[in-house]
Write a new protein. Sequence first.
Length: 264
Amino acid sequence: MARFLSVSSGSNGNCYYIGNERTALIVDAGIGFRTLKSRLAGAGVDVSSVEMVFVTHDHADHVRGLASVAQKLSVPVFTTARLHDALSRNRYVGPDFAGSRRVLRPGFETVIRGVRCVNFEVPHDASQTLGYFLDFFGTRFVFMTDLGRVPEYAYRYCAEADYVIIESNYDVDMLMRGPYPPDLKYRIIGDNGHLSNDDCAAAVRRFWHPGLKGIFLCHLSKDNNTPSLAFASTFRALGSMGLSVPGDLQLVCLPRSEVFSLEF
Ligand SMILES: [Zn+2]
Ligand SMILES: [Zn+2]
């Protein structure tokens, strides 16, 4: 049985799991080893099955637990040379973390333990930020968490995906009326910030294709969004194309701290 688990999603920490009886991986380690272990166990997954870690970027909510996870599991950590360099200077990771660093060439395709993996750069204000296309033994996932806009070439990967995990970070009105200082608001809204619910819905309208089985909305802001606003925005976009949820495809807002589980 193959599973996708959203282990944690949002500024409190991001971590996603894909695994079957042959191998398992996580994308990002924004939570510590103990939390990862207990949440996976709660979903019936043994943490020791995780054989590789992919990192999207060097913001704390994606790498806060990387050192502990890499040390306890002693598994390879995959990301670009630029991000490895940044991680070695990151206060949460540092130069001595015990996992082995494996370098991914930006934009290149590799097959690792049977998983076809392509990374692609997305605009965001980290040292570098990656989206991932992961073909997990025939089921294809696109991860796009933390990005200010969806770059043109990313649509190519979405067009082949069975499942897209895409950020739906903020509601524009909530953000603009909320308590954040103006410079932070404009950082979030900017091209190197985050996707709003409207941005996400517009992207979904563009990349939907008949083979798409599910859209998972990730990285919802606690302060500037609600699951019902994020859901409604993409739900309307799908409805405007004559699509029904869940009849035609699955649409889920990934919870911040609970596990969401999909069998595929
Ligand atoms: Zn983030
Ligand atoms: Zn970020």
